[in-house]
Write a protein that binds this ligand. Structure first.
Ligand SMILES: CC[C@H](O)CC(=O)C(=O)O
Length: 330
């Protein structure tokens, strides 16, 4: 099971066409520190998309490629690549700067035009992922046939993209099952949140055999956003996955750095880390003050305190119990 964080590509839609260098570095470092190490970055539409008349993102492709250099040994960093931009010069540029993968994208049904690009990426020594954008325009059977054709071109991984956030969990399940049966490469799922179903769809995809899950920090992505990385990690950890990711570190990064930085852009965070913790722990919000006061007084981390106390009592945790568990956390 793998988290594929797309904040630095799809998430940049919330600020324009790409994040600036400061935010890009801040997010890469925050993710790596928390153990999220598969990262798609660059401008919103991918390598080569905005370069024709000089980049309209804050950084050119080459500037993005330069700024990731210090992180290449710590994370699997790659870029999106629209299939029409999968030219030899673009693929060579990515390989020269040490990108670990390129993810070629085309609307479902247009895959035949992408095979040459897939072969170029593979010949340049990079992992080739693929995005079946607007996957819902084909039936699950048709999408699986296209996936099989693309896999035969040499792909390493294929993503079902719910680009409009229109899929219901039972539909996600049907698409995922068909693809998993049709190909022997990992199947990934990229869910937008327009119906508020991105986490439910990720869970449905996992139950149907998907092993890679796209997401964005704070849910940042085009339109209603992607499945929020922190929600994906929290819910999947509850299901027994992603134990190698440090959720508390991730939430501390969001509270301490990213949320304040995104205030500049008036970005609205739908589920704040504190509320996520209440949900994860099963802790009623009416206990907030009690937990906050004791955590402050005893100098213990609030989120861990809520989680640990709630393992013992979700109904009416007493001050005595909270203090007792806080003492263990000191
Ligand atoms: C770059 C095209 C597009 O935004 C890819 C994507 O994230 C989607 O289709 O959802």
């Amino acid at each position: 099971m793998l988290v594929m964080d797309c904040t630095l590509r799809d998430g940049a839609n919330v600020v324009g066409k790409g994040f600036d260098a400061r935010l890009t570095k801040m997010m890469i470092e925050g993710m790596i520190a928390a153990g999220i190490t598969t990262i798609e970055m660059g401008n919103c539409l991918g390598l080569g998309a905005y370069e024709a008349n000089g980049s309209i993102a804050p950084c050119t492709d080459e500037e993005y490629l330069q700024l990731i250099q210090p992180y290449l040994s710590q994370a699997e960093i790659g870029m999106f690549l629209g299939y029409k931009n999968a030219t030899q010069p673009n693929v060579d540029l990515a390989a020269r700067y040490g990108l670990k993968f390129l993810r070629i994208g085309a609307n479902a049904g247009d895959g035949a035009g992408a095979c040459e690009g897939i072969r170029r990426v593979k010949a340049a020594g990079m992992k080739c992922r693929y995005s079946l954008m607007k996957a819902y325009v084909l039936s699950p059977k048709e999408l699986a046939e296209e996936a099989k054709m693309l896999a035969d071109c040499g792909l390493d991984e294929i993503t079902i993209m719910d680009s409009a956030g229109t899929m219901m969990p039972h539909e996600t399940e049907a698409y995922t099952k068909e693809l998993v049966a049709a190909v022997d490469i990992p199947v990934a799922f990229h869910g937008h949140n327009n119906l508020g179903l991105s986490v439910a769809n990720a869970i449905a995809a996992a139950e149907a055999g998907a092993t890679v899950f796209d997401c964005g920090l704070l849910g940042m992505a085009r339109s209603a956003g992607n499945c929020a990385t922190e929600l994906l990690v929290a819910t999947f950890q509850r299901l027994g996955y992603f134990k190698d990711i440090d959720l508390y570190k991730l939430l501390a990064f969001l509270d301490g750095e990213l949320i304040p930085a995104m205030e500049e852009y008036n970005y609205h965070v739908a589920v704040k880390p504190f509320d996520l913790i209440l949900g994860l722990a099963g802790c009623h919000s009416s206990f907030t003050k009690r937990f906050q006061n004791i955590a402050d007084e005893m100098g213990v981390p609030l989120y861990q305190l809520i989680v640990e106390v709630s393992k013992r009592d979700q109904k009416a945790p007493s001050e005595e119990l909270i203090r007792q568990i806080a003492a263990d956390l000191v």
